[in-house]
Design a protein. Sequence first.
Length: 132
Amino acid sequence: VIILIIILVGALIAGGIIYYKRMKLAKIEGYLEYWNGDLLDPVIEMFDLTRRMATEIVIGNNYSCTLNILDLEANSTLTIKSTREGGLILETDLEDELSFINKEKSVDLQDGDIFKFGNHTFKYFKGADAVE
């Protein structure tokens, strides 16, 4: 009876570990180029997403954000989230603040996508090899 209980507990622990690894979200990889679109000669900045080793990146104009942008017109935050399938999605509180430049409005973020949030324009590059 004790051996049966030990085997059952071991199977439950192994099943829990397998379930946890399967449900674990992928880390966000790649980098963002971003610039203030209102300036005549904007400085293009880079933000390495891979270095953060996160499943969620928050962009906004307050200090609690992962990427803090100086943008008084951004009244909400923009969140890049990873999915279980390894894709990326964009979420924001105010839908009007987010628009895509190179495609129709979508929540999916693909390599090469250019989107505008507040006064800033962002270009996403997929992959772990971010340029410094």
